[in-house]
Ligand binder design. Structure first.
Ligand code: PEP
Ligand code: MN
Length: 341
């Protein structure tokens, strides 16, 4: 449900309404569209049965919604959300480029990658310190030491950093070192983790589960918004498929679809999305053409020696070639025209 306030409603009228809704224990999201204030309400509307919101001063109308994810929906907030993530911004008019190794492996290597990423035009550095590996015998990440190396490399290169937390017990630790906390594909419906991350106000990159529907993905985002964290960005990263020709099937139709359904920024990870280095540049370009707010790309100076996801990392030089192409495509999408030179 959402409430549209009358044009020119007072701050007192708006605050009073927010107080009343919060008092019955429902989450609220206030947004301004043009000069209209819209108050989105999540949760069980039954709790407002005895509170006729449409009679409150300043209220123009109350609109019922059928969606299970009202706070994430564009109906509740028509303007697109953008998020400040350290020195980087996700969403809005810009294109956010995130690059880095799959995992933090070594301080010197990481520093080199961070500088190369920055020189090529990346805004953020990625790298896992807690790695979700299929096999327990594979490299699991460096833990807190990896977080420290990531933070230091980001600082040295002037990049914001994003890294994954897999466990509720690691949320505060990751938040201490990172600008953005990643919830990985395998944990998209780890509801305890979603609730824990919702309690912190660190920006979140919520990857789509590899077998999750769009509704399930947006409901996972709703957990974060309803729990009080409004700094949520989404990341499509490919779905399981019947066809092993690619590692995952990158669902690029999710980009324009989710951008219609939701106000949240949508990024794309073409690295996990294909699992094949040679397909990554084309799918990154396609993602931006589809309207993505950014891409997250794995890069490594010696991909064949990478401790995880060796088959999908781009070389820094390949990444450097890609970045201007992404900006050129983004300009066309944003302005709706091809610059004639
Ligand atoms: C990652 O980005 O490091 C990762 C493990 O991705 P995903 O959760 O999408 O598999
Ligand atoms: Mn990886």
């Amino acid at each position: 449900m959402f409430v549209i306030m009358r044009a020119g409603c007072t701050v007192d009228e708006r605050n009073r309404l927010v107080r009343v809704i919060k008092k019955v224990g429902l989450p609220v999201q206030v947004s301004e569209s043009g000069h209209r204030v819209v108050i989105g309400i999540g949760g069980d509307e039954e709790r407002l049965r005895d509170t006729p919101l449409d009679t409150f001063p300043g209220v123009e109308k109350v609109v019922a919604l059928k969606t299970p994810h009202p706070l994430a929906s564009r109906e509740c907030r028509s303007e697109s959300t953008s998020i400040q993530a350290g020195r980087a911004r996700i969403g809005g008019n810009g294109l956010t480029i995130i690059a880095g190794p799959c995992a933090v492996e070594d301080g010197e290597l990481l520093l080199e990658i961070a500088h190369a990423a920055r020189a090529a035009g990346a805004h953020m550095l990625r790298g896992g310190a807690f790695k979700p590996r299929t096999s327990p015998y594979k490299f699991q990440g460096l833990g807190e030491q990896g977080l420290r190396l990531l933070r230091d490399a980001g600082r040295a290169a002037g990049l914001a950093v994003v890294t994954e937390a897999m466990d509720t017990g690691h949320v505060d630790l990751v938040a201490e070192y990172a600008d953005v906390i990643q919830i990985g594909s395998r944990n998209m419906q780890n509801f305890a983790l979603l609730k824990a991350v919702a309690k912190s106000d660190i920006p979140v990159l919520l990857k789509r589960g590899q077998a999750a529907t769009i509704t399930e993905w947006l409901c996972a985002a709703e957990y974060l918004l309803a729990g009080g964290n409004e700094n949520v960005a989404l990341c499509e990263r490919g779905l399981v498929s019947f066809d092993s020709a690619v590692r995952h099937h990158l669902d690029l139709s999710a980009v324009p679809l989710v951008k219609r359904l939701s106000h949240l920024p949508v990024l794309v990870d073409p690295s996990h999305g294909t699992g094949k280095r040679e397909l990554v540049p084309a799918m990154a370009r396609a993602a931006v053409a589809a309207g993505a707010d950014g891409v997250m790309v794995e890069i490594h100076q010696t991909p064949h020696l990478a401790l995880s996801d060796a088959r999908q990392a781009l070389l820094p030089a390949e990444f450097e070639q890609l970045v201007p192409q992404l900006h050129a495509i983004h300009d066309i999408v944003r302005t709706g025209s091809v610059a004639v030179t």
